[in-house]
Design a protein around this ligand. Structure first.
Ligand SMILES: [Fe+2]
Ligand SMILES: [Fe+2]
Length: 188
């Protein structure tokens, strides 16, 4: 079978859906490579900072790695701004959604809300409530989310910080995104 025969999903046969499922699995196996390609594009995204978004991300992941954080945390740090290109108004949620099937829920929540926690560092200058993060104060992961922004995000705009190259993190990207996903589309 090269393609299915139906025009409307309701007309597909079990064999056709088995065929499509196999192709989806093969496509999913290419996820680590697509993550790497998206990270490379961050070299040319938001401007105005002293470092590119890619360098910011590499600094974030390097600092997490050097602090001996687990591999999934290092990868969360690496891709936390990967949504900048396609989700400029919801970039935290986009990165979190990519991670969600492969990491613990706490880490998913930390990435999902990092845009809110980050306001602590610039809110006053923008006339915003810097403490907006307190809306999550009752959450078990609240202190960890504060730590993420403090140590691995707001301080990662330093052109003189000696970060590791993207190549260094590729085996870790492969490891995390080749894990058996915890759930699929039906869980959301
Ligand atoms: Fe961000
Ligand atoms: Fe960031």
């Amino acid at each position: 079978m090269q393609t299915v025969s139906f025009n409307n999903m309701a007309d597909g046969t079990p064999e056709e859906y088995q065929f499509l499922e196999e192709l989806e699995k093969q496509y999913a196996a290419g996820l680590p490579a697509r993550i790497e390609q998206s990270l490379e594009k961050l070299e040319n995204s938001l401007s105005g900072y002293k470092v590119s978004r890619l360098v910011h991300s590499l600094q974030s992941a390097t600092r997490a790695f050097r602090d001996k954080k687990p591999v999934e945390y290092v990868i969360a740090a690496l891709i936390h701004d990967i949504g900048d290109e396609l989700a400029p108004f919801t970039h935290s949620e986009m990165a979190a959604s990519i991670l969600r099937p492969f990491v613990a829920d706490d880490l998913y929540q930390i990435v999902r809300t990092h845009g809110v926690f980050q306001v602590y560092y610039y809110g006053e200058q923008m006339g915003l409530d810097k403490n907006i993060r307190e809306r999550y104060a009752h959450e078990s992961w609240y202190q960890e989310a504060i730590e993420f922004c403090e140590k691995y995000d707001q301080n990662c705009f330093d052109p003189s910080y000696p970060h590791e190259p993207l190549e260094f993190f590729k085996p870790m990207i492969e490891e995390v995104f080749s894990r058996e996903p915890k759930f699929g589309e039906l869980a959301s």
